[in-house]
Design a protein around this ligand. Structure first.
Ligand code: TZP
Ligand code: MG
Length: 206
């Protein structure tokens, strides 16, 4: 769930506020030194998933394909260091969402060939939410991937806020993924609502 704001430290509360604010998809990221493991992780993920279901928002598990299957989550998101996308697609079947992080056209080629429903491209800007994040790459790769694979939805990620997300859509992005902009906001519900409104305005103008 990334870093949380200081006011609302309960991630379930933050998630509910974000859902009330209008987020359209949620990715469960429980990783790092102090992260929950085993049954504790399963129960936490299940709680998040049930909340997402209440709001009819897809619940996607990061990295952990077995957890996604055990929970019957809506999908899985994997990076280049995780299981190979084609194998994950085989494991989860055709009906679950498969997202793959890519950093160049070659990785995008392999991801779409493996049946990815969308690709994540980033970090667009600098971020402190991911310890092993690569050098910020702006939107250049996104533009290239959007040009090569016009029907492959691209989600921009990394350091995005409502003030700086417009270039992602200009570059052909279909959406944005954010952690700190929402989770560290004073008021996550209001923040999500403002993000939603900003994105709607950008898309209307296209
Ligand atoms: N992948 C690339 S950047 C990033 C991930 C998971 C972290 C994004 O977090 P934030 O707080 O929105 O910059
Ligand atoms: Mg990963």
């Amino acid at each position: 769930m990334g870093s949380m704001n200081t006011k609302q430290n309960d991630p379930i509360e933050v998630l509910e506020l974000a859902l009330q604010g209008g987020i359209t998809c949620f990715q469960f990221r429980e990783k790092g030194v102090a992260s929950k493991q085993g049954q504790e992780k399963f129960l936490f993920a299940e709680k998040c998933m049930k909340l997402c279901r209440t709001y009819k928002v897809p619940f996607i598990v990061n990295d952990d394909v077995d957890l996604a299957l055990a929970l019957n989550a809506d999908g899985v998101h994997i990076g280049q260091d995780d299981e190979i996308a084609s194998q994950v697609r085989e494991k989860i079947g055709k009906d679950k969402i498969l997202g793959v992080s890519v950093h160049n056209e070659e990785e995008a080629f392999l991801a779409q060939k493996a049946g990815a429903d969308y690709v994540g491209v980033g970090p667009v800007y600098a971020t402190s939410s991911k310890e092993d994040a690569r050098t910020p790459a702006g939107t250049k790769v996104m533009e290239q991937v959007a040009f090569q694979y016009p029907y492959l939805p691209i989600v921009g990620i990394g350091g995005l806020t409502k003030e700086n997300l417009a270039p992602v859509f200009k570059a052909g992005g279909a959406g944005v993924a954010l952690i700190s902009a929402i989770a560290s906001a004073e008021n996550p519900q209001h923040q999500a609502k403002q993000l939603r409104a900003k994105i709607d305005r950008i898309l209307e103008r296209e």
